[in-house]
Design a protein around this ligand. Structure first.
Ligand code: NAP
Length: 281
């Protein structure tokens, strides 16, 4: 058996197509594009990701306002963007500069502009199953499952990883979609036994090759969020792709699976924040 590959690009394109239509209508109504305020520290990888976001956003008609911030100015810069009427969404590029209080920085984001679900109020609302901005990578995973019509209701889902960026919000989104969810982490015992119960296995541990054939129930769907840099510069997932492809029914490739959906979802949430922002005024 060789698993069907769940490519992220068609999912991202479908999301971008929705965004582009909404951008056109927004510009027609309000005479300006939706705008993301992006706060950048000194980290090189974060800066590269920021430029990738800026390129994709501007190509599709959204505006990006990049603000550089240091340890001393970070909170103030985020506050200014929260109060700026020309800004609809805010993204803090991580990792933040060393010495910045990450919790205070996230809390300085106005929740209505928190398009990457970094403010605790949004994670809380997600847990309450109320409308909320979710972290874009986690929501991108859900969008991918919906795009490929993977059944979720009453399915057993296992999420490996409990970070507030991927694992935890993904578990909450899957619960909201009526899956029965187990969350595993580094203190879980008997990982293979736990993951083998999954109809849907989602892995966001940041450990290259953590999940092998013995972790996967035959016929399961496997989502791999891992992006681990190998010594030769290539990107490796958390799942041993060749071995798991022999037992899974479907799985995301790395790269090209969950990755491409993230920026598209970020743009879609920026669009929603912009519509809410100006409809309120
Ligand atoms: P993180 O903050 O380091 O969290 C990793 C999680 O995995 C933690 O909850 C940790 O458990 C758990 N874990 C670590 N080793 C484990 C093991 N051996 N068995 C079971 N659980 C284990 O990482 P993250 O930010 O969530 O990112 C996870 C992966 O997704 C990384 O590879 C990252 O690069 C990738 N990522 C991808 C995207 C994308 O666009 N596709 C976006 C963001 C992140 P504890 O809580 O007990 O420590």
């Amino acid at each position: 058996m060789s698993a069907r590959l769940l490519e992220g690009r068609p999912v991202a394109e479908a999301i971008w197509s929705d965004v582009e239509q909404r951008v056109a209508s927004f510009v027609g109504r309000f005479g300006r594009p939706p705008s993301l305020g992006m706060v950048s520290g000194a980290d090189e990888a974060a800066g590269a990701y920021g430029r990738q976001i800026e390129r994709q956003f501007t190509r599709r008609g959204l505006a990006v306002d990049v603000r550089d911030a240091s340890v001393d100015t970070m909170i103030e810069v985020v506050r200014q963007l929260s109060d700026d009427d020309a800004i609809d969404g805010i993204l803090l590029l991580t990792p933040l500069p060393a010495g910045v209080d990450a919790e205070a920085a996230a809390q300085a984001i106005r929740p209505a502009k928190d398009v990457d679900g970094q403010h605790p109020a949004n994670l809380g609302r997600l847990a309450q199953r109320r409308p909320a901005f979710a972290p874009a990578t986690a929501l991108g995973g859900l969008r991918l499952l919906q795009h490929y019509e993977i059944p979720l209701r009453a399915r057993r889902a296992v999420v490996v990883g409990r970070s507030p960026v991927v694992g935890m919000p993904l578990a909450l989104l899957l619960i909201d979609a009526d899956a029965t969810v187990t969350v595993c982490h580094s203190r879980s015992e008997g990982l293979a036994e736990l993951t083998r119960a999954a109809d849907l296995l989602c892995v966001a541990a940041g450990r290259a090759g953590l999940i092998g054939r013995e972790h996967v129930k035959p016929g399961a769907v496997v989502l791999d969020f891992g992006t681990n840099l190998a010594a030769d510069g290539s990107t490796l997932g958390d799942v041993q792709a060749d071995a798991v492809a022999e037992v899974a029914a479907a799985m995301t490739p790395v790269p090209g699976g969950t990755g491409p959906t993230t920026v598209a979802v970020l743009a879609q949430q920026t669009m929603t924040a912009a519509e809410n922002h100006l409809d309120r005024d």
